[in-house]
Design a protein. Structure first.
Length: 201
């Protein structure tokens, strides 16, 4: 059981702590007014002030530390710069899953949903990334190549039996392209497998 002496000591310690706290507050007030900044609000303001896609991309490291609301807004802002229209919520959610959750995604959606937007936008939004797209038909590959080329900050290439060469594979390995469109047979070929498994890639 604690005696009166111990309680007096605790009371004195409490009084000393309060004096120190008051001293710190007074010291802070002398330095100027205290402004509490909401980090989410500040981040949203930076997004609104972004003048181009490059400025938006530079905010990605900060967005990774923010909450889901700020991260969703980051994606929406980037997509508006790329496509000049308002993205659909499920498109944003799909990209959020890939960019911020680092999770695998199987996207099953009806015609006219805009599934291509999800694969087209990834490496345009995330700097220094490479998106490999498995294309079943060369005709679809050419269509996607043309569409991705029209977007900002993209460097796509289409690998087919007609275009594949040591030079092209060397450029792919060196990181020249941010999008690689390739058919399933070539994707599992020895030549392409060597490219994908090198440390440079």
């Amino acid at each position: 059981m604690r005696g009166k002496k111990w309680f007096r000591q605790q009371k004195q310690k409490g009084a000393t702590a309060r004096e120190l706290e008051v001293t710190k507050v007074n010291s802070d007030l002398e330095k100027g007014p205290i402004v509490l900044v909401d980090l989410t609000v500040a981040f949203m303001e930076l997004l609104e002030a972004a003048a181009d896609l490059l400025a938006i991309q530079s905010l990605l490291p900060t967005a990774r530390k923010m909450d889901i609301v700020a991260q969703m807004q980051f994606i929406c802002t980037a997509l508006r710069y790329l496509y000049l229209f308002e993205p659909r919520p499920k498109q944003v959610k799909a990209i959020y899953t890939l960019i911020f959750l680092y999770a695998n995604l199987i996207l099953i959606a009806k015609t006219l949903f805009g599934k291509s937007l999800v694969l087209q936008a990834l490496s345009a939004v995330v700097p220094n990334s490479i998106t490999i797209v498995i294309i079943l038909l060369n005709k679809i590959g050419k269509e996607q190549l043309s569409k991705i080329r029209s977007l900002l900050a993209t460097r796509p290439c289409l690998i087919t039996s007609d275009t594949i060469s040591e030079k092209l594979l060397s450029e792919v390995q060196g990181g020249k392209y941010t999008y690689i469109l390739i058919g399933p047979e070539l994707a599992i070929s020895l030549a392409f497998s060597k490219v994908c498994t090198t440390p440079e890639f």
